[in-house]
Design a binder for this molecule. Sequence first.
Ligand code: SF4
Length: 265
Amino acid sequence: MFPAEPRFPPSICLRVTRRCNAACSFCQAPNTDRSTLTLGEMDVIGAVLESRDLSTIKLSGGEPTTRSDLPRIVTAFGLRGIKPVVITNGFRIDAPVFGALRAVDGELKFSVHRPGPDNDLVLRVSSFPRILANMEAARALRVPFSINAVVAPGDADRMKEMAAFAVEQGARKISFVPVVPRGRARARPEFEFDAPGVADVRDRVVELAADLEPYIVVRCIDIRKHDYWVIENDGSLWIERSRDEDDVLIMEKNQLMALGGRIRR
Ligand code: SF4
């Protein structure tokens, strides 16, 4: 038994799979094994998070749309009053996913890093027209969506164009994410930001947020500054930081499941 109950934040990320249908060279997901939680296990986790007043669960991966039971996962959290946000590369979203999100007021977050077909060069898969079609479907089905754009050194000049793209597509928010040396980006010089580089991204976000305030929310998600709580695909709960070696294990899967067992008795 762990010595003290952690205080859960209002929002946690859950990696529903490590599988992905793209191959971004900066992928920040840790190199964990390929195990996955079952729907039943996720429901127990949902009970734990509901009892800790979680407001939002970010369903990520890997690529969550590779799970055929994603609509049921969305519904399971949504029915507990926890808003599901599916973080996706956006090119394979089946109709039932839109339906499930609509039914529980969930949202989509598209990870798009270029405002045009050269986004395919980042994902390393032909996909941009399908991403646009899925944004159109989200608008038509009234599923709100936002955009996450990873910014690598040298990308800052594209941020204005990315923000304009997000406005044009009807996103309610765009978050710029300066890359950190985690996962595949680790030890790759092209993804090493110096402090002035990160400061420049932050300054540009402030400027864009002010300019576009009537149209869209613009923000910076800098994992160097914030702890990021993640339930890994193997069910362990972590605080992730900007380097894999600084991550902190909060509890193993069996401890998380035991919390759920106590709720149900
Ligand atoms: S960043 Fe996202 S879309 Fe790209 S390889 Fe990693 S999980 Fe897949």
